[in-house]
Design a protein around this ligand. Structure first.
Ligand code: GTP
Ligand code: MN
Ligand code: MN
Length: 611
């Protein structure tokens, strides 16, 4: 394919690799932007684009005395979250997408989307964004090139991914790369005034797992538009991981240092808005224990030469849920964003050009809500919140005061424990250790949570969210479970991480949380580490090894002891009521459900006396 001479900027690319240049030229020809800009991740580029976005009204610069080099954006009210019903896995065989994904024939999808892309960048700039997920020093750097017509996306990618000359150099080698095409789908007619948040009612977030390719159309929102994140690092990477014997998971990575200065690394999978970012930056309330952060959303785990499972965080920034974040629940996130260089989307803008959201200290007397309306504490109570429940901060990891120094180690860190967890008012105890890897896989496979605002749809409803990956598994969920089992089978059992299931969200009759949570979760981590060290006791119950309240360090906890006991209770009636829900979930998976998962369910029924 020859370059289109009428499109300015296609000449003099910083990259020589033919496949990249051909793809860029082909997309430019299809989408007909006014110009093409090759992005280099530099400070100059950030300064230029943020200035342009301020002029366009997309960004408001925050007061540099409060948040240096930081910007506020409000999205279109209909473009605020991931759109799962518009997300597709277009494998050749529909069975390879499975029952948890939307599927369409790849050729048909391409035909449909090609028509949507035709001329869709008219009047706009097409940015070419070479990026790397994970350290560029990795043995196999995980490269991608995103094409996007959104400068908001470019500036966000500056924070969330590795960009720059080293990535461009690597792209000129022969390492595989993932082409990721994004358009907001809002072409401009000559003279037409742009809106501050262009997007399209029609949205497609599409993955071609066999081709390792991503096509996204119509949305500017993070998870739909920053294609390195959920699309590449989870959906496409999970398909790569299946083929290559590793795991791409929706997990935080943290480092725990005991009073004896022993170091443990823990990975934890909780569904969106269920506490990964909080736990990743935990400030333990118990003396002597320290946490350092390596990642808050995604972990890639591969076996090291020593037979242990090592985790790497593919991201370079935090894209965290804003509401509820405060100096008590997540002081380290507050410190990270105070250092500036951050983007805030759909939070409230205060009159003195700072940001605020529900749950943050220092409620203002007046603010502009994410919808651009006047907001005061009194009309806020009565009506709409100041910040959207899924509003987010986007901030560089390097600014986190408790960042683990080894966060950029391309070999990752050896994981000792994997935690699964969700948001459940009943049934699931505060903490529960699996009997073994296969039982732990069953815990992950049956993970459930009440739906949050992180995805479009009804909030509060319980749904199964296997390994907190239901929106992110890039292939058949039954095959995914089998892959987890195979990973365990291929390993030395005592070198595998031990698997635990936690629930910070169990409630009393009046709706209060039974467990104080947040910094107090360090007490549960302490119990987990002491289990690994063979120092903590637990009771063998039908669902796993569960501690009694006196087996957890509760020194200084102000909640009544009975509440902690209730948070740990294994209620056989609640569990018997859970069984049909698990059966229904497993039945829905069909033939691809591994027999070992059925066996685990039968064994659980036996132990509960429910068989
Ligand atoms: P994504 O970034 O969307 O993948 O989600 P996340 O898992 O990182 O969610 P995050 O840590 O931002 O969770 C935010 C929500 O969980 C807020 O509503 C918090 O108040 C709540 N939360 C986090 N930890 C705890 C806890 O220990 N107890 C209680 N009760 N709530 C918690
Ligand atoms: Mn997430
Ligand atoms: Mn998060």
């Amino acid at each position: 394919m020859t370059a289109v001479p009428t499109i300015q900027g296609l000449e003099n690319p910083p990259i020589r690799r033919r496949e990249v240049l051909d793809w860029v030229a082909e997309v430019a020809e299809l989408t007909t932007p006014d110009r093409v800009v090759w992005c280099d991740g530099s400070q100059d580029e950030w300064d230029r684009l943020t200035k342009e976005l301020v002029e366009a009204g997309t960004y408001v610069q925050l007061d540099p005395a409060k948040k240096p080099n930081s910007f506020y954006a409000a999205s279109d009210p209909d473009d605020v979250a991931r759109v799962e019903e518009r997300t597709f896995i277009c494998s050749v065989d529909p069975a390879d997408a499975g029952v948890t994904n939307n599927w369409m024939d790849p050729a048909e999808m391409k035909a449909t989307m090609t028509e949507l892309y035709r001329g869709c960048m008219r009047g706009r700039t097409m940015y070419v964004i070479p990026f790397c997920m994970g350290p560029t020093t990795a043995e196999r750097p995980m490269l991608g090139v995103e094409i996007s017509d959104s400068a908001y996306v470019v500036t966000s990618m500056h924070i969330m991914t590795r960009m720059g000359p080293e990535v461009q150099r690597l792209l000129d080698g022969d390492t595989d790369w993932v082409p990721a095409l994004h358009s907001v789908g809002a072409p401009l007619e000559p003279g037409q005034r742009d809106v501050t948040w262009p997007c399209n009612e029609t949205k497609y977030i599409t993955h071609f797992p066999e081709e390792r390719t991503i096509w996204s159309f119509g949305s500017g929102y993070g998870g739909n538009a920053l294609l390195g994140k959920k699309c590449y690092s989870l959906r496409i990477a999970s398909a790569m991981a299946r083929d290559e014997g590793w795991l791409a998971e929706h997990m935080l990575i943290l480092k725990l240092i005991s009073p004896e200065e022993k170091v443990y690394y823990v990975a934890a999978a909780f569904p969106s808005a269920c506490g990964k970012t909080n736990l990743a930056m935990l400030e333990p309330t118990i003396p002597g224990w320290k946490v350092e952060t390596l990642g808050d959303d995604i972990a890639w785990m591969r076996f090291g030469g020593d037979g242990r499972l090592y985790a790497v965080n593919p991201e370079a920034g935090f894209f965290g849920v804003a509401p509820g974040t405060n100096w008590k629940t997540n002081p380290n996130a507050m410190r990270t964003i105070e250092r500036g260089n951050s983007l805030f989307t759909n939070v409230a803008l205060t009159d003195d050009k700072d940001i605020w959201w529900e749950g943050m200290e220092g409620m203002p007397d007046h603010a502009t809500s994410w919808k651009g309306k006047d907001w005061t504490p009194s009309n806020g109570d009565a009506g709409e919140p100041a910040a959207h429940p899924n509003s987010r901060y986007c901030t560089p990891m390097s600014q986190c005061p408790i960042l683990a120094p080894e966060w950029e180690d391309p070999n990752g860190v050896p994981i000792s424990a994997i935690l699964f967890g969700g948001r459940r008012k009943t049934t699931i105890p505060l903490v529960n250790e699996s009997f073994d890897w296969q039982h732990g896989t069953f815990m992950g496979a049956t993970l459930s949570s009440e739906k949050t605002a992180a995805a479009a749809g009804a909030v509060g409803q319980v749904r199964r969210d296997p390994m907190a990956m239901i929106p992110f598994i890039g292939y058949n969920v039954g095959d995914y479970f089998q892959h987890w089992i195979d990973v365990g089978k291929g390993a030395d059992a005592d070198k595998l991480p031990r698997i635990f299931y936690v629930n910070w969200f169990r409630r009393g009759d009046d709706g209060r949380f039974l467990w104080p949570g947040f910094g107090e979760n360090g007490r549960v981590l302490k119990w987990i580490i002491q289990r690994l060290e063979g120092k903590a006791a637990a009771t063998e119950t039908p669902i796993g090894h569960v501690p009694t309240a006196d087996q957890i360090d509760l020194d200084g906890v102000s909640e009544p002891f009975e509440d902690i006991e209730a948070s740990l209770k294994v209620d056989l009636d609640e569990w018997k009521a859970e069984i049909p829900l698990i059966e229904e979930w497993f039945d829905s998976i069909g033939d691809k459900l591994p027999t070992s998962m059925r066996d685990e369910l039968e064994a659980l029924k036996q132990r509960l006396g429910a068989a």
